[in-house]
Design a protein around this ligand. Structure first.
Ligand SMILES: [Zn+2]
Length: 132
């Protein structure tokens, strides 16, 4: 069985958003900064005044690694797979997977959000923009 996310009152809007087909991130009312993952305070100005917004789904690849050994037995059949950092058009960065062959990945490459259901858990993943 796949590892399960630990849903807390702080992160519940993130997970329920994915189940509803939305990738949600937080934005600070005081300084406008936007971020993921969910936090109580703005990581830039420490204000606790924040809201949730819905990502447009566009982003770009910042970096990635390719796992050739499974770090969890549930992922054994998936190797090799990439773990990427994607920056959303709105600014927040998240750790995710890009559904593309290793040789097609490149820094700054535009990607598109795709929400996958994986063993009952909805996860934000990405595809190369302009491809399916
Ligand atoms: Zn702030």
């Amino acid at each position: 069985m796949l590892p399960r996310p630990e849903v807390t009152p702080l992160t519940e809007p993130y997970w329920s958003g994915l189940a509803a087909g939305e990738l949600r991130f937080q934005r600070c009312h005081a300084c406008g900064n936007a971020w993921l993952p969910a936090r109580d305070q703005c990581p830039r100005c420490l204000s606790g005044s924040r809201t949730w917004e819905v990502a447009s789904g566009g982003g770009r690849i910042i970096s990635w690694v390719v796992y050739r050994q499974a770090v969890h037995e549930a992922f054994a059949e998936r190797v090799p797979y990439n773990v990427a950092i994607v920056e959303l058009d709105e600014g927040p960065r998240l750790i995710t997977n890009v559904d593309a062959p290793e040789e097609d990945l490149a820094i700054e490459l535009p990607v598109r959000l795709r929400i996958d259901e994986d063993d009952g858990v909805f996860l934000p993943r990405f595809t190369l923009a302009g491809r399916r």
